[in-house]
Write a protein that binds this ligand. Structure first.
Ligand code: SAH
Length: 268
């Protein structure tokens, strides 16, 4: 820890564990993490000591001269299953009192933004990546706190899923994004999708930017953005509106959309 630079606590967000927090990832393929953890925002967050992410090679805990980590399934059938012993041995060296151990698995709880926020409150996450046909059932039953799925499709391994979780959780930590307020404005933060965004030029080949965004009037910009966020969510993800946290004005817009109104009836 001594090489980790001190972290300012000034920007601490309520409910997010104070930085630095730690994520340990257990995998048969450590090389898969090199690029994603080194580049851009994640790379910078690690370099600044805002989050510590360590990769652990499961192979080192494999049995025998060949460091075997998988075996054929009892009962027959194709594919290989990750064995319990190497995962247990690896976990033993990493687990702390305050660890939350996650197995990435298609049968797990669906990973969403609220779950990312929940995990960001944990001081120590351990992400275990399955491979091949998956892991011995006793791993799920006895070694992990929960299973998470990143969606209803099957990957070749848990590595990409672990990177998705590590990325979504890390960007919630104070100081990781340049703009402190950004995570609160992103899609899903209030159960809504984000409003449309534009940057220069104002007019590109006749494609223009909405007047409200150029007005310099913060109140007008804010109303336009909120109205467009409600509109976009209503159009694309109406399922989110069942639990969205709407103000009376936003609710009024939503009721209007259901009756055939459009955003330009309310904001311009
Ligand atoms: N036979 C398994 C799939 C194994 S895929 C089944 O039918 O459920 C191999 C590994 O990839 C899994 O052990 C898991 O760690 C990872 N994986 C695959 N799809 C995933 C998903 N949608 N979310 C999280 N992890 C996934």
């Amino acid at each position: 820890m001594s090489e980790v630079p001190p972290v300012s606590r000034a920007g601490t967000r309520p409910g997010i564990s104070p930085s630095p927090s730690r994520i340990d990832i257990v995998t048969l393929f450590p090389g898969m993490f090199e690029g994603p953890l080194r580049e851009s925002i994640l790379g910078r967050a690690r370099a600044r000591g805002l989050v510590e992410i360590q990769i652990h090679s499961l192979r080192e805990h494999g049995g025998g001269r060949h460091q075997v980590t998988d075996d054929a399934p009892f009962g027959g059938g194709g594919g290989m299953i990750l064995k319990t012993e190497p995962l247990a041995a690896c976990l033993e060296g990493i687990r702390r009192e305050d660890s939350w151990v996650v197995l990435l698995d298609p049968a797990g709880r669906r990973f969403t933004q609220p779950v990312a926020r929940e995990l960001a409150r944990r001081p120590h996450l351990i992400l275990m990546c399955g491979r091949y046909e998956g892991v011995d059932e006793r791993v799920r039953e006895h070694l992990v706190d929960e299973e998470l799925s990143i969606g209803d499709y099957v990957l070749t391994g848990g590595e990409l899923a672990a990177l998705v979780v590590a990325d979504a959780v890390t960007r919630l930590h104070p100081g990781v994004l340049g703009d402190q307020a950004a995570p609160d404005r992103d899609s899903f933060s209030r159960g809504l999708l984000e409003h449309p965004q534009y940057t220069r030029p104002e007019d590109w080949q006749g494609w223009t930017v909405p007047a409200a965004l150029l007005s310099g009037d913060h109140g007008r910009v804010d109303r336009w953005r909120r109205c467009m966020a409600v509109w976009r969510t209503w159009q694309r993800r109406p399922d989110l509106l069942e639990t969205a946290d709407l103000s009376p004005e936003e609710q009024k817009w939503l009721d209007g959309f259901s009756q055939g109104r459009v955003p330009s009836d309310y904001v311009s």
